[in-house]
Design a protein around this ligand. Structure first.
Ligand code: FES
Ligand code: FES
Length: 138
């Protein structure tokens, strides 16, 4: 995460706890969600890393999961949001496009939000999951 933020200047990945508890730093490593604060750059050598910046191309429409958060007020301060979205996209890849509230809440166990009370995040993820079924960016 330090390498992403300080060397590559990809500051969309946030630093919360730095001890693998809050989920603010989640990125995809070979398509799977990982907490980058406890993933050394050397561990990612030879692997594909996607940050929140890479979900949609510059100037292109937002990724459907990003758009769902925007439409459903799935954020307040936004600090947790990049990690929430990266976790959510991985969740859809693993569990499909029809996600129950219970499943989403269980899967968000490793992502903390101090602002929203989670309800709008859960709604956003359920809608984003459905929208990903019809998107090239899924
Ligand atoms: S900063 Fe990585 S889990 Fe909190
Ligand atoms: S929106 Fe502020 S921490 Fe989640």
């Amino acid at each position: 995460m330090q390498f992403l933020r300080e060397h590559l200047r990809l500051t969309g990945t946030h630093v919360g706890c730095d001890t693998s508890q809050c989920g603010a730093c989640v990125v995809h490593l070979d398509g799977k969600a990982v907490k980058s604060c406890t993933t050394l750059a050397v561990m990612a050598d030879g692997h594909s890393v996607t940050t929140i910046e890479g979900l949609a191309a510059d100037g292109a429409p937002l990724h459907p999961m990003q758009e769902a958060f925007r439409q459903n007020h799935g954020l307040q301060c936004g600090f947790c949001t990049p990690g929430m979205i990266m976790t959510a996209v991985d969740l859809v890849h693993r569990k499909g496009h029809e996600l129950s509230d219970e499943t989403i809440r269980e899967e968000l166990e490793g992502n903390l939000c101090r602002c929203t009370g989670y309800q709008n995040i859960v709604v956003s993820i359920a809608e984003g999951a459905k929208a990903m079924a019809n998107s090239d960016l899924a």
